[in-house]
Design a binder for this molecule. Structure first.
Ligand code: FAD
Length: 322
């Protein structure tokens, strides 16, 4: 979508649609949402700060400080604690060494506080630097990263993780990429999520399957059950605000971890600017937001359906069980 069209959307309009996807303003809103999800539905979360593009080290320091405060505030909470962060927020664009030491500072503290971390993946210009960062710190700290099934390079990236005993969030990737480096059809990207889930499991990595697509979730689940792997080999992740209550509660009843991405913002103006940028990069979000809006209205009706929407548990297939 053209930038000038997106910038014509009034802020109150963007905020109205964004509310469902954002926990609120301030660290406490993120923590409260995560606590409520766990206490009321046994849904785990990963808390993330939505930020504007960082332009200098002062802004990076501010974000690192917010994350350190978040970790501090999580100390007294008893729900499963998990945070996600973006390499650009830690300064990867400005100075790679500073980014490395910011991430290490955060990882050190999260180990002490028993908090799990995932290093998000941004557009393809950051893939190499993000994986480099991950591989250099993974031997010292247990944390995860993200791979995007739309990129042609992902198969090689999985092979490159051999021996790292990684945890990988597998998603299609939210950034539109050039057709010379990425699949352009969603159906292909989703097929690849399932294929790469199997490949990661074969290589003894843990997989966080991050998609809202029913068929894709069912097929990824099959990859785990066919191998006779334990429930800890995989978890299923969703964005806050995308209406998938039914499948989430069935996955939980089946013994799997379901985790929602819970972003908070420091100021609505930052969240609105961030969402405008995402809309310019990926105009299909307008359509997806519309679908979600309808889904949230219809969710109480579908929740009443008695018939399971997941297939029965798959017996392990001897040829691929480990
Ligand atoms: C927990 C989690 C973490 C993620 N982390 C990253 C990351 O680090 N890097 C990255 O590039 N991508 C990340 N993503 C985004 C992901 O790559 C996809 O863009 C997103 O999940 C949509 O893909 P889908 O497989 O759900 O399929 P789609 O066909 O795109 O979506 C299926 C349905 O989900 C809903 N939906 C999907 N996306 C949105 C949206 N943005 N807003 C509102 N509704 C939506 C709609 O109802 C849609 O019909 C993450 C996603 C999740 C769930």
């Amino acid at each position: 979508m053209k930038a000038f069209v997106v910038n014509l959307f009034p802020s109150f309009f963007v905020k109205f649609f964004a509310r469902a996807y954002v926990a609120g303003v301030g660290i406490e809103c993120g923590i409260k949402k995560a606590r409520d999800l766990w206490e009321k539905q046994k849904i785990a979360s990963t808390i993330d700060m939505l930020g504007e593009e960082v332009k200098n080290l002062e802004e990076v320091d501010k974000i690192v400080h917010i994350y350190l405060t978040l970790i501090e505030k999580l100390r007294t909470e008893s729900f499963p604690k998990h945070i996600s962060l973006k390499p650009t927020s830690l300064g990867i664009d400005i100075d790679k060494e500073i980014c490395f030491s910011n991430l290490e500072k955060i990882l050190k503290l999260t180990v002490e506080e028993n908090i799990t971390v995932t290093l998000d993946m941004e557009d393809s210009t950051y893939t190499d630097a993000t994986l480099e960062l991950y591989k250099s710190l993974r031997p010292k700290y247990e944390f995860g990263t993200v791979l995007q099934s739309r990129l042609f390079r992902t198969k090689d990236d999985i092979l490159g993780l051999a021996g790292f005993n990684a945890r990988v969030r597998m998603c299609i990737g939210v950034y539109n990429e050039d057709k010379s480096i990425a699949y352009t059809k969603k159906s292909e990207m989703k097929k690849k999520i399932v294929e790469y889930t199997g490949m990661l499991l074969e290589h003894q990595h843990k997989v966080d399957v991050a998609t809202h697509d029913h068929k894709c979730i069912v097929n990824a689940l099959k990859q785990v059950e066919e191998r006779g792997l334990g429930k800890e080999a995989v978890e299923f992740q969703f964005l806050l605000g995308v209406p998938r209550q039914r499948i989430q509660s069935e996955l939980i009843n089946r013994g799997y971890t379901v985790r929602l991405y819970v972003p908070f913002t420091i100021e609505w103006k930052c969240a609105i600017a961030y969402l405008r940028r995402r809309l310019i990069e990926n105009p299909s979000m307008v359509y997806l937001g519309g679908l979600d809006f309808l889904g949230r209205i219809l969710q109480p009706l579908t929740a009443k359906r008695k018939k399971s929407i997941l297939p029965p548990k798959q017996e392990p297939t001897s040829s691929i069980s480990s």
